[in-house]
Design a protein around this ligand. Sequence first.
Ligand code: AHG
Ligand code: MN
Ligand code: MN
Length: 337
Amino acid sequence: MKSYNITTLDDFIIRRQKDYPEAKGEFSRLLHHIGTAAKMVGSKIRKAGLADILGRAGNINVQGEDQQKLDVYADEVFTSALLSSGECCGVASEENQNIITFTHEFAVNGNYIVCMDPLDGSSNIDVNVSVGTIFSIYRRISGRGAEVSDDDFLQKGTEQVAAGYIIYGSSTMMVYTTGNGVNGFTLDPSLGEFCLSHPDLKLPQKGKLYSVNEGNYIKFPEGVKKYIKYCQERDESTNRPYTSRYIGSLVSDFHRNLLKGGIYMYPSSEIYPDGKLRLVYECNPMAFIAENAGGMASEGTKRILDIKPGSLHQKTPYFVGSTEMVSLIEEFIKNNP
Ligand code: AHG
Ligand code: MN
Ligand code: MN
């Protein structure tokens, strides 16, 4: 008999839960709800171009409203899914100035809080380029039943219980870690299920790709400029220059580098003295995934996950990817203050 060995995301979550006899299934429910929200957002993104055409043809919705922005839609869908899981007592989102506390009876006792970038790379939607969602899960530090506060969300990245992203690309994928390996699931649209497609992902120790917005080059710190020049000169192992690849969606750039090996950089510059990426919503989750896949994430001289966030929307320079490449740029930065 031919074997059809499919592991769905839900199968996988339940299997992993069995490794923790004390687990009550709370965390599994939370992940399941994130998966459902991802399917909803993915489906909407697939129709984005079409909605645009229909909109232009004068098909305004019944209330006469303009097309809702997709990042707002994604924010609402993920927030609702987290609330209805009953396991999450609050959310911090890149889309909102302040945290959202869930005071509903069924959620107030939830043990987890979630930080998210509901739609990363959203400016790429118009040109049909991949975008993503990034999430990060922490255990609350306030007591169960109490209202959550900013302190619950300003924990160091090392305290993450899980982190992941969804990439809405030529296929939709969810990649996540609970601190015990990184696994990737591809959405089978005919089944409507995420299926395990990339078990135990490992970031190559060294890669051939560097990803940075080189338009900002002349404003970069000296060490970063020298590292970029080094990449343009020669990779000793191939005797060719490194390859430059930049999409402008962190999720997509990171995903490619995770599979192929490489470094993603968003350094400080005159325009962005602290870089552009947000520690809580973007850098910490991707750093947790990178480290769990054997890679590295740095703000130039320090490990990202060791930074204690001072505020929700704090930015940081960011270097993430293959360990040998991130270590080398740290060296360039150290030697060129
Ligand atoms: P977002 O769409 O969530 O605001 O994030 C965009 C971010 C990130 O995804 C991307 O890598 C970076 O901005 C691109 O910035 P530049 O256009 O300055 O290169
Ligand atoms: Mn983003
Ligand atoms: Mn965003």
